[in-house]
Design a protein around this ligand. Structure first.
Ligand code: AMP
Ligand code: ZN
Ligand code: FE
Ligand code: FE
Length: 283
């Protein structure tokens, strides 16, 4: 049995609905999936329902954007209590930051004489956690760019003219938030960020796991992070990071994580949940 623990839907910058995602998971014979939309847990209820109908195990997750020592990091939260009030308050805050950032990016594009409207971007995004991929899609749809890559290269990449920095919480704060919601905190695609120096600090802050297997990791990269996992006694996870059709061919089905890692993840989640009442109880 295999799992894919890194998937996006149209509740962030993926193109599949939760139901479409689950039907793809079924098509590729996955036994378990986790939904990890950026700064959102909104799609989890529908994905859970579709998974139950399809006989697939579902893990509620999210992918939070954080920073450590000036580096942007993505932190995955798994087995989350998706109704956790503190988690929902913080997610609403990150979503507001994302929406304001869209407005600022559109204003910069307008100053560059690229007349796209924020309404067009929000209509296209149609979610509470819009991001640069939605601006890129709007630029392509309006004919200002030929491809999404061109939109990023010309306007949206870091330090390009329409790029706007995003407020990010600290990595330790993200880990705490995930633990508080009963979840397991995992460093996403470390091979993409190439910020290995932050790992010891994150482990000290309570990091539970590391995403060794990812579509953009080579076999050598995966091997390198398997060693890091064993060195720091971290859980091993993996996923395709499928965004549906938004970046060419959908990636779901290309990364199959052996189920034993899901069992370990769930065992850790159970321990975190069991510990939670003690940590939050009054002295
Ligand atoms: P944001 O969260 O708004 O900063 O946007 C980050 C998202 O943009 C991530 O899902 C990235 O995978 C995506 N992204 C970054 N660079 C590119 C690119 N050149 N082409 C397409 N998507 C990209
Ligand atoms: Zn994304
Ligand atoms: Fe990511
Ligand atoms: Fe992702």
């Amino acid at each position: 049995m295999f799992a894919d623990l890194h998937l996006h839907t149209s509740f962030s910058d993926g193109t599949y609905s939760p139901e479409e995602l689950v039907s793809q998971a079924q098509r590729f014979g996955l036994g378990a999936i986790a939904l990890t939309d950026h700064d959102s847990v909104e799609g989890c209820a529908r994905a859970a329902q579709a998974c139950a109908a399809a006989g697939i195990e579902f893990i509620a997750g999210t992918e939070l954007t954080a920073e450590q020592q000036g580096n942007e990091l993505h932190i995955l939260g798994y087995c989350l209590e998706t109704e956790n009030p503190r988690l929902l308050v913080q997610i609403a805050r990150f979503q507001a930051v994302r929406q304001n950032r869209i407005r600022e990016m559109v204003a910069r594009l307008n100053q560059l004489k690229v007349p796209i409207s924020e309404e067009a971007v929000f209509a296209l995004a149609n979610c509470r956690a819009p991001g640069r991929p939605h601006v890129a899609r709007a630029l392509v749809q309006a004919g200002f760019c030929g491809t999404l890559d061109e939109a990023f290269e010309r306007f949206l990449k870091k330090n390009r003219p329409a790029w706007v920095p995003k407020f990010k919480m600290g990595a330790a704060e993200a880990i705490n938030l995930i633990h508080d919601a009963g979840g397991v905190a995992v460093l996403a695609h470390p091979g993409l960020n190439r910020t290995d120096a932050v790992i010891p600090g994150m482990v000290a802050a309570g990091l539970d796991g590391i995403e060794c297997f990812h579509t953009k990791h080579t076999a050598a990269t995966a091997e390198c992070y398997l060693k890091v996992a064993s060195q720091f006694n971290l859980l091993v996870t993996g996923g395709s990071d499928c965004h549906g059709q938004s970046k060419g061919k959908p990636l779901i089905g290309t990364m199959k994580l052996p189920y034993q890692h899901v069992e370990r993840l769930k065992a850790r989640a159970a321990r975190i949940k069991a510990a939670a009442p003690q940590t939050s109880a009054p002295p």
